[in-house]
Design a binder for this molecule. Structure first.
Ligand SMILES: *Cc1c(COP(=O)(O)O)cnc(C)c1O
Length: 443
């Protein structure tokens, strides 16, 4: 078979045997799947050798490029030593070292690490732990959750209770015990003369009104610090997190910081919460923590929470588990990722890089009549497209692919969340091809 015939066969086999995520499969009648053969740095290469700049880090997970030699070497070493062992009754060096290093990164405020394999499970764990904490401390009535309008914390049935994205939730509404949505501090909501911090104060006042009336039944507030990712890279002022922390303390409600997308340096600091000078009661990591190599998620929490479960009584313990909890390969990938942060001074390097990305996009798109709210938080840049036609997002995606660029807009919001290893040439490429794809999809 010729290579293109074998590609065509792979695509049709994929469409009949693989049910792809986040996809109306019928759309693939028009939009071909892309068979990726290999990756290198910020680039993906398909079976025909065509390349694509991975402008979204393969769904926000990749930090230091595809086929990164340092992470690869650490994993190969781990593969020959221990691929997996259960974490109940057993332990191993990678999980201990990773837990200690993450605790140290929080200044030991969040010194207890609980493991799972994906982000939604981390959300579920934090929600369960919070409710179980209140039960163990004699307040079983505190079992409801508050989240922000437009929040996204995963798509399993429990996580949907705190996810406010209609397209992910509506079909399953009968399964979900809904929580309360309070107003988002979205900086775009600023009225004339208002700053982003003013919007944050307004949103915090609404949160306070809710907590004042419902603290007795509320276990936790869950937020995506600084950027609400999946609802369209909604950015907000850190003042909201400071005020929310104060209100959670005052009303005895846990604060859960879902840093699955914004953690690991994405927002400009290792943890986004650092920019508000606060620590949550639970901090969730996944996506970038393994460098984009293996499924891994982590819930970090405090001594106070841990101690409420520490008892002779089994049922007061946190009995949640997953088969691959604390997988040594995934932990090793995370340790190699943390090594790169330390060795390459990534947070400082990214600061300069983020500035260049911002300049490149302002130059390429700043004056464009359709571009609204060009915004940036660390290594996330986004803008909204005014008056886009229905189907804009898929059209833009296709136009970008034709220009060797992988970007997947969310509705009318175009964003990039690239790997941290982009060079200056690649930054220029990203901005100029994005601008060209925008022109083509508006035409
Ligand atoms: C991606 C994401 C999740 C869910 O993680 P999965 O691994 O996809 O289940 C949860 N919260 C936020 C903020 C995310 O971006």
């Amino acid at each position: 078979m010729s290579s293109s015939a074998s590609n065509a066969s792979l695509l049709s086999r994929s469409l009949s045997a693989v049910w792809h995520p986040c996809t109306q499969m019928k759309h693939h009648e028009q939009l071909p799947l892309i068979p990726i053969k290999r990756g290198e740095g910020a680039w993906l290469y398909d079976m025909d050798g065509k390349r694509y700049l991975d402008g979204i880090s393969s769904w926000w997970v990749n930090l230091f490029g595809h086929a990164n030699p340092r992470i690869g070497a650490a994993l190969k070493n781990q593969l020959d030593t221990l691929e997996h062992v259960l974490l109940a009754g057993f332990t191993h060096e990678p999980v201990v070292e990773l837990s200690e290093r993450l605790a140290a990164l929080t200044g030991h405020r969040l010194g207890h690490a609980f493991y799972a394999s994906d982000g939604a499970s981390a959300t579920e764990i934090a929600l369960k732990m919070s409710v179980h904490y209140w039960r163990n401390t004699g307040r079983p009535g505190k079992n409801r959750f508050v989240s922000l309008a437009g929040s996204y914390h995963g798509e399993t049935v429990g996580a949907l209770a705190v996810t406010d994205v209609a397209i992910f939730r509506d079909a399953y509404a009968p399964l979900v015990r809904g929580g309360t949505c309070v107003p988002t501090p979205d900086a775009r909501l600023a009225e004339a003369g208002e700053t982003a911090a003013d919007v944050a104060r307004r949103a915090a006042a609404a949160l306070e009104a809710h907590l004042a009336a419902h603290a007795d039944e509320t276990a936790a507030l869950i937020v995506e610090p600084l950027v609400q990712g999946a609802s369209g890279m909604v950015m907000y002022d850190p003042e909201y997190l400071r005020l929310a922390r104060g209100l959670c303390d005052r009303y005895q409600v846990h604060l859960v910081a879902d840093e699955i997308a914004v953690g690991c340096g994405r927002s400009g600091s290792f943890f986004a919460c650092e920019q508000a000078g606060i620590w949550p009661d639970f901090l969730l990591l996944s996506k970038g923590i393994s460098g984009g190599y293996l499924p891994l998620s982590i819930v970090l929490t405090t001594d106070t929470v841990f101690e409420a479960f520490y008892d002779d009584d089994t049922a007061r313990g946190f009995l949640h588990s997953h088969s691959y909890t604390g997988n040594p390969l995934a932990c090793r990938a995370a340790l190699a990722t943390l090594d790169i942060f330390a060795q390459d001074d990534v947070i400082a390097t990214n600061r300069a890089k983020a500035q260049r990305i911002g300049e490149a996009f302002r130059n390429a798109l700043g004056g464009h009549p359709a571009v609204r709210h060009l915004r940036q938080q660390g290594m996330i840049l986004a803008f909204d497209v005014a008056d886009a036609l229905a189907g804009f997002s898929r059209r833009f995606f296709a136009e970008a692919l034709q220009r060797e660029l992988l970007l997947r807009p969310i509705g009318n919001t175009v964003y990039t969340m690239p790997p941290y290893i982009l060079g200056d040439d690649e930054i220029g490429f990203l901005a100029s091809r994005c601008a060209a794809a925008l022109e083509a999809s508006l035409a």
